[in-house]
Design a protein around this ligand. Sequence first.
Ligand code: TYM
Length: 338
Amino acid sequence: MADSAAISKPVILTGAQPTGRLHLGNYLGAVRNWSAMQNDYECYFFVTNQHAITLPKVPAELRKNTYSCLAQYMACGLDPEKSHLFVQSHVYGHNELAWVLSCICPLGQLERMTQFKDKAKKQISVNSGLLFYPVLMAADILLYNAHVVPVGEDQKQHLELTRDLAEKFNATYSPTFNVPEPYIGKAGARVMSLQNPNSKMSKSDPNQLGTVDLIDTADVIRKKIMSAVTDSEGSIRVDAENKPGVTNLISIYSAITEKSVAAIEDEFAGKGYGDFKKTVADAIIAVLDPVRQRYDELIKNQGYLDEVLKAGAEAAQKTAWKTLSKVYRKVGFPERAR
Ligand code: TYM
């Protein structure tokens, strides 16, 4: 398993919620970039199960999805020999630091968070965890003193809050935290729903045709791409306002193949949506089919997944204790006698 003592590289930390299967947006906007960073950074990749319960969950499903999320990470190339892979609830310190940060975080700043407002709108009764969510996220990041946090575009505002809280803590108590930088990839940072291309692709979308899941079979991927919403104009070109569906498919194809938008528009000049969608589906399948095959192997071996989580939590806990004791000392909590 990854040996943190031997490494003195800049730190990255990031994670995803185990709220079901990861989708193409999570892959292109996030996990694919994480996997490419493992040689250059000390990496903490975690499953954010404490964030997940801000919306109601069936306990048995949450437990199952936690393992599934880890297996999907690993199938995408996150390697426990190089990186620390763990589950949030296995490490003490996230919530303790979140409490300290909440005491310097203005309430108004939380109430203005776009994701809070969006999620709150959809709830009959809004729990305080939903409001507090970004403070816990800031604690996740600062607990490991991350330098860089690779995320999709939708997490940018949460990163801004994290930076504000780090600066505020440093100014109030003395320099303690790195002020982390977001890393948002150029391509794939905001993949949109295939059925409603004005909304982002999301795990909670009730229309299953709107998302391509990482572990969908080739047939299912093809069906979803072929039924993606387009428009009646018939030309394959980017126009986010008038042709959001086609624009989304072009961005997906560009993120996967690394071809420029101009090259893609040239490639498909004079061709129809059917041909274009077939090519996009083939490109996605070529990338995701090996991921699904690796996933199918990994998910059968819960013993191995448990070993990975145990080693990951042990390494993460060491760093977490170190940061938390420093923070407690600075805010004036006496050390516990040993
Ligand atoms: P989550 O689980 O919603 O998403 C995981 C990652 O996938 C990115 N992402 C997308 N990228 C492109 N297009 C999309 N349609 C799309 N949907 C999601 C997200 O930006 C994210 O990078 N709050 C976080 C989890 C979290 C976290 C953290 C992340 C908790 N603590 C600390 C980083 C650091 C979340 O809900 O991600």
